[in-house]
Design a protein around this ligand. Structure first.
Ligand SMILES: Cc1cc2nc3c(=O)[nH]c(=O)nc-3n(C[C@H](O)[C@H](O)[C@H](O)COP(=O)(O)OP(=O)(O)OC[C@H]3O[C@@H](n4cnc5c(N)ncnc54)[C@H](O)[C@@H]3O)c2cc1C
Ligand SMILES: CC(C)=CCC/C(C)=C/CC/C(C)=C/CSC[C@H](N)C(=O)O
Length: 478
């Protein structure tokens, strides 16, 4: 197909994994001559960030990556980074009174324990997640053939048809109840996973529920040195220009270009310190959640108006403590026989944390058991900031405690209606995908899709957008 001259300038707002991967894919599609400005008002990495405890960095936000997250895998390879195994050690589930499940070092013992308590539900749950993941993987084939989607719903429909769309409209609880899972299994096995991953209950939509459950698969990994290195690497590889400023307004205006032609462009008004500046762009990608608390961007004089999306984001606090855990809270066993490195909690546990687990620094991924003095660095997720009294209750002794509050991920409340990807002619929004599920890979998928969509719409390639029957069409192609 014929190509129009590439755009002169593209703006991306937000330098998290979404914005930086968008820069990477836009560069691939539009070539070396387009100028790409990437606006970031805080740190490159966004919700991928580290916190320091006694001179070592630990993941504070997005920390684990699934082995089948192929974009993240590709980035690490292309950028010459290394991956490390992300999880290890034994897991327990605490219901406020006792540990209702404790993992063993022996695979066979775990199987027997699981079958004894829950029958074959654990196996059936893995099969359900695998089926969702199988369909989800179709996105990589579509994107490798350059196909794009104009809405999150159309993208999901192309992956798993009405069944995938239905998952956005139903809670995980309803879905698994209908599939015959028992209350006991849902309360003791499923709810704790939702609490650690999304700080919410099984009332979240079934799609994000499946994404969350995929974290129980083996082979989770992280980036050596910190996941945020992917963002700085993509920024550099895309040869984009980082502008450390906060975008305040976006407005469409007619500008006379160097060619002498009046052209519709977007004026991006931003603040660096106390100074206000602005610049004009052919295409703009917004790669941050569009609500006042999280981005504060106003769209001026659009007809019809582009409104703020009223998606609530869940408050989650990450707390890292170096200390000796007071294991008697969870178990009557002597401290040296405790043996668990992660404790998840049930919804009725009445504890002030959602989860607690030993973590390794982003540099030395040592075995969690290898402490000589009984102290480890523990990561806790909680809804509220932990008080000193709460930390003292959890630890026999501790040296250091650091905290980071997040507006972490959407508060899921099916039925979900996802915000549009196309906000205006050449103005795109990536983070609507979080209404289906928030994860690093989801932002990378949204970024690749938006880059392809922007490219095809710029060149008038309508045959590459929202194609029906893609799965059948591409099945036979290598
Ligand atoms: C505690 C926690 C744990 C998580 N764990 C995992 C995990 O283990 N695995 C996983 O896959 N995912 C995890 N996630 C989710 C994952 O981190 C996010 O889905 C992903 O990082 C979102 O990336 P993003 O680029 O879309 O958004 P963000 O990372 O939020 O990036 C948006 C960027 O835009 C910037 N910005 C906002 N407004 C403006 C403005 N007006 N002007 C300029 N810049 C602006 C922000 O400062 C920010 O840097 C976790 C999230 C949290 C909070
Ligand atoms: C997108 C697909 C198919 C899979 C992604 C699975 C995944 C890694 C989801 C992450 C979910 C999430 C928000 C986890 C937060 S907590 C993670 C971890 N348990 C921790 O302790 O930090």
């Amino acid at each position: 197909a014929e190509l129009r001259a590439p755009p002169d300038k593209i703006a991306i707002i937000g330098a998290g994994i979404g914005g930086t991967s968008a820069a990477y894919y836009l560069r691939q599609k539009f070539g070396k001559d387009v100028k790409i400005d990437l606006f970031e008002r805080e740190e490159v990495g966004g919700r991928l960030a580290t916190m320091m405890v006694q001179g070592q960095d630990y993941e504070a936000g997005g920390s684990v990556i699934h082995p089948l997250n192929l974009h993240m895998k590709r980035f690490v390879k292309d950028l010459g980074l290394s991956s490390v195994q992300a999880s290890g050690g034994l897991l327990g589930i605490y219901n406020g009174e006792s540990l209702v499940f404790e993992e063993s070092n022996w695979f066979i013992i775990n199987m027997i324990k699981l079958v004894w308590r829950y029958g074959f539900q654990s196996l059936r749950m893995h099969m359900w997640v695998e089926d969702v993941l199988d369909k989800f993987m179709r996105i990589y084939r579509y994107q490798s053939h350059d196909y794009a989607f104009s809405s999150v719903e159309k993208l999901l429909h192309a992956l798993g048809g009405d069944e995938f769309l239905g998952m956005l409209n139903r809670t995980l609880l309803e879905t698994l109840q209908k599939a015959g899972f028992s209350e006991k299994f849902l309360n003791e096995m499923i709810a704790p996973v939702m609490r650690v991953n999304y700080g919410q209950s099984t009332d979240i939509n079934a799609f994000v529920g499946a994404v969350s459950l995929s974290c129980s698969d083996s082979g989770l990994w992280a980036v050596e040195g910190g996941n945020k290195l992917v963002c700085s690497g993509l920024l550099q590889a895309s040869k984009s220009n980082l502008i450390s400023g906060s975008v305040m307004y976006i407005e469409e205006k007619t500008k006379t270009k160097h060619t002498g032609n009046p052209t519709k462009m977007y004026e991006v008004v931003y603040q660096i310190g106390t100074e206000t500046r602005s610049d004009f762009y052919d295409i703009v990608l917004v790669a941050t959640p569009l609500n006042r608390k999280m981005s504060g961007i106003t769209f001026l004089n659009f007809d019809p108006p582009i409104e703020e999306f009223h998606q609530y984001y869940q408050n989650i606090v990450t707390t890292l403590v170096k200390g000796e855990l007071n294991t008697s809270i969870f178990s009557s066993r002597p401290i040296d026989k405790f043996g668990l490195s992660t404790v998840l909690t049930t919804d009725n546990s009445d504890l002030f944390i959602n989860s607690i687990g030993i973590v390794s620094s982003v540099r030395e991924k040592e075995n969690p058991e290898s402490s000589t003095d009984g102290t480890h660095v523990w990561k806790m997720f909680s809804q509220e900031t932990l008080t000193k009294a709460q930390i003292v209750k959890l630890f026999l002794s501790y040296d250091d405690a650091v905290k980071k509050p997040w507006l972490a991920y959407p508060r899921y409340k099916p039925p979900e209606k996802c915000p549009p990807i196309i906000l205006h002619d050449r103005l795109y929004y990536l983070n609507g995908i979080e209404c289906a599920a928030s994860a690093m890979e989801m932002s990378a998928i949204a970024a690749h899709n938006a880059a392809l969509l922007a490219y095809h719409r710029w060149n008038g390639h309508t045959d590459m957008i929202d194609q029906d029957g893609l799965y059948e069409k591409l099945k036979t192609e290598l």
